[in-house]
Design a protein around this ligand. Structure first.
Ligand SMILES: [Zn+2]
Length: 257
C-alpha cells in the first residue's frame, strides 16, 4: 500500500493541473457525477493528509485514497485514449492524469474534508503537524509501539515500511508498549519519521540506508531491516513477527525487548 510520501508527492505533481480549465471524466463511469461537477472548473490546489489526497476545485474537493490497488498514471499526450477502468481522468491541453482502482474517490464539500482530516493524527510531512500531540498520543497508548504507529488516528501517513525502518533507527522493539517509551525516545521517533518521510518524498521511494549513489540502490538493498534476512547495520539475522496484523521486521541486537 502506498505510504504517506507517495501521496504527498502525488499532491505536488498533480499541482501541474492547476490554473487552467480542467476536462474531467470517468471513462469507467463510477465517478461520472463527480467528474461532471468539476468538469470545466479550475483546480485551485492540491493537498495531502496522511494517505489521503485532496484535489480542490471551486465546486468541491475530490477525495482520493489509493487503498491497496490504486494508482495514478500521467500522460504527456492528453489525447491518449484512457484504459476502460479509469475512474477519473483529469486533463488540460498539455497533460492528462488517470486514476485507477482507488479505494475512495468522492467529491466532498468543506465539511466533508474536515470530517476526513479531523479523524487523522498529525502527519509528519505537513508543516502544520502538531508534534507534541503525536508524542502525547503515543505516550498514552497501551498498545505495542509497532501497532500504535500504524494507526492513522495516532500518526497519519506511516505504513509498514516506515514503521519498521523508523523503529530500527531509534533502536526500539516493535513489541514494546508505546506508553513504556521515554519522552526522549518518542520525540526522537517523531523526528526520524519526519526526516525519513521527507527524504522519501524527494526520492520517490523509501531508501533508509546511506549510500553515495542512493537512487542507484535496488529496492532490495534500500532498507535496514524491512524484508531483509540480515540487519544492514550489524549483520544480525532479522527477526520477523506479526504486530497489528502486519509483518514486523526488527534487529534483535539493536532493538532488544
Ligand atoms: Zn542490527
Amino acid at each position: 500500500m502506498p505510504e504517506g510520501h507517495t501521496v504527498h508527492r502525488l499532491a505536488r505533481d498533480l499541482g501541474e493541473l492547476a490554473g487552467v480549465p480542467l476536462r474531467a471524466s470517468s471513462p469507467q463511469g463510477r465517478f461520472a457525477d463527480g467528474a461532471a461537477r468539476i468538469d470545466g472548473e479550475h483546480l485551485e490546489g492540491t493537498d495531502a493528509f496522511g494517505k489521503h489526497l485532496f484535489l480542490n476545485a471551486s465546486t468541491g474537493s475530490v477525495h482520493v485514497h489509493l487503498g491497496m490497488q490504486g494508482k495514478w498514471f500521467r500522460y504527456a499526450d492528453p489525447t491518449a485514449p484512457p484504459l476502460k477502468q479509469v475512474r477519473l481522468r483529469l486533463a488540460t491541453p498539455v497533460v492528462a492524469w488517470d486514476l485507477i482502482a482507488p479505494s475512495v474517490c468522492e467529491l466532498l464539500d468543506e465539511d466533508g474534508v474536515r470530517r476526513v482530516t479531523s479523524a487523522l493524527g498529525p502527519d509528519p510531512l505537513r508543516p502544520d503537524a502538531d508534534a507534541p500531540a503525536a508524542v502525547a498520543a503515543l505516550a498514552a497508548d497501551p498498545r505495542p509501539i509497532g501497532a500504535a504507529l500504524l494507526d492513522q488516528a495516532v500518526i497519519a501517513g506511516v505504513g509498514n515500511v516506515f514503521r519498521n525502518e523508523a523503529l530500527h533507527a531509534v533502536g526500539v522493539n516493535p513489541g514494546r508498549p508505546s506508553r513504556a517509551l521515554t519522552p526522549d525516545e518518542l520525540t526522537e521517533l517523531w523526528g526520524v519519521l519526519q526526516a525519513m518521510m521527507t527524504q522519501a518524498v524527494e526520492d520517490g521511494r523509501i531508501i533508509t540506508v546511506d549510500s553515495e549513489d542512493r537512487l542507484a540502490l535496488p529496492e532490495s538493498e534500500s532498507r535496514h531491516v524491512y524484508k531483509q534476512d540480515h540487519c544492514r547495520d550489524c549483520g544480525a539475522p532479522v527477526t520477523v513477527a506479526t504486530v497489528a496484523g502486519r509483518t514486523a521486521y526488527f534487529c534483535p541486537v539493536e532493538q532488544p525487548d
